[in-house]
Design a protein around this ligand. Structure first.
Ligand code: ADP
Length: 173
């Protein structure tokens, strides 16, 4: 797994600044914007994003849709919808895994080689951060092992707690 781990990098900061082929947005089902990372991405991408997304018809939880990056340094935005945490018995783990996997599938379909993920569902959606990090790391590693087309996956941690969790888990891999 050493080779796969070389293609994963942890970054602390604001995902809208990432110079990558695609950044992933932790969106909601409407794709019409929200708070947290979604709000930051809509502000940085510009009003063209909202206009574009109005025609997409939303996105199911666990699925992903791609748009241009508009005013972002990133060429694309991959909008995915993670689950709202409701205690763990409502398929949350599987839906979070699906959000990561579908984002990477859509990335590959569009020739994306470098991609940055926020910590999906761990903000307003309340998914426990340790548990979310385990799912994110496992799903990304599995995907990278089967998809050499993806050169680099960045986990972008905005809050210190997520940064520390990822830092510890990735160093243990
Ligand atoms: P969700 O509704 O999926 O929980 P949030 O946007 O509320 O989405 O939170 C998801 C994660 O995004 C949180 O860990 C939060 O710290 C992080 N976040 C917020 N703003 C940014 C940003 N500008 N860049 C990267 N991550 C961000």
């Amino acid at each position: 797994m050493a080779e796969v781990m070389d293609r994963i990098e942890l970054v602390r900061g604001d995902i809208t600044k990432m110079e990558v082929d695609a950044i992933v947005n932790a969106a909601n089902n409407s794709l019409l914007g929200g708070g947290g990372v979604d709000g930051a991405i809509h502000r940085a991408a510009g009003p063209e994003l909202l206009e574009y997304n109005r025609k997409l018809g939303g996105c199911a939880t666990g699925d992903a849709k791609i748009t241009p990056g508009f005013r972002l340094p990133a060429k694309y935005i991959i909008h995915t919808v993670g689950p709202v945490w409701r205690g763990g018995k409502r398929d949350e783990d599987r839906l979070l895994e699906s959000a990561y996997r579908r984002s990477m599938e859509v990335a590959v379909e569009n020739g994306v080689r470098t991609i940055a993920f926020p910590n999906i569902s761990t903000g307003v959606y309340g998914f426990p951060k340790e548990r979310a990090a385990d799912i994110a790391i496992r799903t990304v590693k599995e995907f990278l092992a089967n998809h050499p087309e993806i050169e680099k996956v960045y986990f972008v941690a905005y809050d210190l707690q997520n940064y520390e969790i990822y830092s510890r888990k990735l160093s243990q891999e």
